[in-house]
Design a protein around this ligand. Structure first.
Ligand code: MG
Length: 251
């Protein structure tokens, strides 16, 4: 009996305290807020850049890009009349001149209509976030390969949730939400980076926690870095992938 009374007293004490801290609102206005007011962003039409985006490629020039070879210099890939650009095989990767942290990235790509090569040697390219973490680009249509290296994989670390490619030669889109990893002064990861990818509107990477850098051989590595460019891959063999309509929003 005594313990029951004590428990009751304790319950009353705790619940009264809780109510004192945060009383249940009795009017609808009490849970309606008017600030901070979100900025107005005018959306683009048919995947084109919204008003607050940084346009990285609109078909007119490669001014936002540079070569990754030697001293850098002009990006050596080919601009086409249809507003796209194509990997110039064996000229090396290209990267943005600007460095980025957290971003929303829109990019469209297509494999050449003429099918050449197989497995990882068929229209292999890739979008490297901060030059380190690759979202794989590959013509996977009737072209099986290891699943953690297939189209839409985070290369060798995350199998995509679906294979959502359009037919070879048609345009795919990637919409990528990227949060960069955070490091402490000693270079240890204090917060893992994350990658979310929609492939033609289909969720294929769902907030994947980055394990480390993309490595062809060996395990992912974690080495402290700050903002860094977005890099597009020239895989070197049968990799004449085309890109168009590339824009980014800094988050
Ligand atoms: Mg690749």
């Amino acid at each position: 009996m005594k313990s029951t009374k004590l428990a009751l007293l304790l319950f009353l004490f705790v619940s009264m305290g809780a109510f004192a801290q945060q009383e249940e609102p009795t009017k609808p206005e009490a849970t309606e807020f008017y600030e901070p007011v979100p900025p107005v962003v005018t959306p683009g039409k048919n995947g084109s850049a919204p008003s607050d985006a940084i346009v990285l490629f609109d078909g007119s020039n490669l001014d936002a890009w540079e070569s990754t070879r030697g001293e850098g210099g002009a990006a050596p890939w080919t601009i086409n009349k249809d507003g796209s650009m194509t990997v110039a095989n064996r000229t090396g990767d290209i990267r943005t001149k600007q460095s980025f942290g957290d971003v929303q990235l829109h990019i469209e790509w297509s494999s050449p209509k003429k099918v050449m090569g197989s497995n990882q040697s068929r229209a292999n390219s890739g979008v490297f976030l901060q030059e380190r973490y690759e979202v794989q680009v590959l013509d996977n249509n009737d072209n099986p390969t290891y699943v953690n290296g297939q189209v839409g994989s985070i290369y060798k670390q995350a199998i995509p949730l679906a294979m959502a490619s359009v037919p070879t030669g048609e345009w795919n889109s990637y919409d990528i939400i990227y949060h960069a990893p955070k490091f402490d002064a000693l270079g240890r990861v204090t917060k893992k980076g994350t990658i979310t990818v929609l492939h033609n509107g289909v969720l294929i990477q769902d907030h994947h926690k980055i394990l480390g850098t993309t490595e062809y051989i060996g395990w992912p590595k974690n080495i402290r870095h700050g903002k860094a460019p977005i890099r597009l891959q020239d895989h070197g063999d049968n990799s004449r992938v085309s890109y168009r309509n590339i824009w980014v929003r800094e988050l």
